[in-house]
Design a protein around this ligand. Structure first.
Ligand code: GDP
Length: 299
């Protein structure tokens, strides 16, 4: 996992460590680092941000003879990555759900088809149940053939009820019904599975906006496939313009050798990564911890 990003950042550390930490050396090494990070699918603006932070930490540092320069440089890169990954606002999901005065707490999931959205909703339902919370799922993807059966199948396996209408029905009406169902039965959380499509067109945007208007979700979570690299960051930006994204779940991190999407997405849209998908099983959902991610790159 994340082998490529580790290799790129590692080779940068090697190069700077063999020279004095002067502005020119750092500039030269940063030039190479920029190309390497872009190859690892890190978004351009995140690369710029990382470079600035590394430069600030290193240039002008007085290094005594005998000091372990490699350790100093590695530390600067590590700190810069950690800073870029650290969200401005952290979300403790269980705390947030419990602190809402009334039930249910409503979470809408958005993302493209194939990103792992349905599996992720089932994983999160399973995780919430393990944390003692009652969950119901709204099958609001009434557009894609098979979507309702798919979410029902997952929900059955994790023991959660699904509220559904027929295909072609108004997705916002399904979500509304699920909320009424939860209210009547004192269920803690409603998870809304929205339609994905393959591109963010006008229809999909209007649908998202309508669901948001009707259900007034407490959280909007963008589900993105980390294997899509830079384009998942672009998708997140587009969804963020249509409906404000509060948090991100990145799927398939177990298969991601580059790590660029994980490193860029939070910085690009200003919303934290809440969880990462690390496999196909229902337990393969990990609360995201930037220190854990940094350890995976450098450890
Ligand atoms: P949707 O179209 O966005 O609802 O996508 P699905 O939930 O159907 O997932 C698409 C595929 O990705 C399925 O084969 C899932 O098992 C797989 N998948 C989802 N999350 C992960 C993950 O974290 N790791 C791996 N390896 N596969 C995943």
């Amino acid at each position: 996992m994340l082998g490529k990003l580790k290799e790129k950042l590692g080779s940068f550390v090697e190069r700077v460590s063999q020279t004095e930490i002067s502005e020119k050396d750092v500039e030269n090494a940063l030039w190479d680092l920029e190309i390497e990070l872009l190859e690892a699918d890190v978004a351009l603006e995140t690369v710029e941000e990382l470079k600035e932070r590394i430069k600030e930490k290193l240039v002008g540092q007085k290094v005594k003879i005998g000091t372990n320069k490699k350790a100093i440089v590695e530390n600067a890169v590590r700190e810069a990555v950690l800073e870029v990954l650290t969200p401005e606002k952290r979300i403790d999901l269980i705390e947030l759900i419990r602190s809402k005065g009334e039930k249910p707490f409503v979470i809408a999931f958005v993302g493209f088809n194939g990103s792992g959205k349905t599996t992720t909703i089932a994983k999160l339902a399973h995780w919430l149940k393990k944390n003692g919370l009652g969950v119901v799922i709204a099958a609001s993807d009434t557009f894609r053939a098979g979507a309702i059966e798919q979410v029902e199948e997952h929900a059955k396996r994790v023991g959660v009820k699904v509220i559904k209408h027929s295909y072609g029905a108004d997705p916002a009406a399904v979500a509304y019904d699920a909320i009424q169902h939860a209210k009547a039965r004192n269920i803690d959380v409603v998870l809304i599975d929205t339609a994905g499509r393959n591109e963010l067109n006008r229809n999909l945007m209007d649908e998202m906006k309508k669901i948001a208007r009707v259900t007034n979700p407490d959280l909007v979570i963008f589900v993105g496939d980390s294997l899509a690299g830079n384009s998942v960051v672009e998708q997140a930006k587009q969804f963020n313009e249509a409906v404000k994204i509060d948090g991100v779940i990145l799927t398939k991190l177990d298969a991601d050798a580059r790590g660029g999407a994980a490193l860029s997405i939070s910085h690009a849209i200003g919303a934290p990564i809440l969880f990462v998908g690390v496999g196909q099983g229902y337990d393969d959902l990990r609360p995201f911890d930037e220190k854990w991610f940094v350890e995976r790159i450098f450890g």
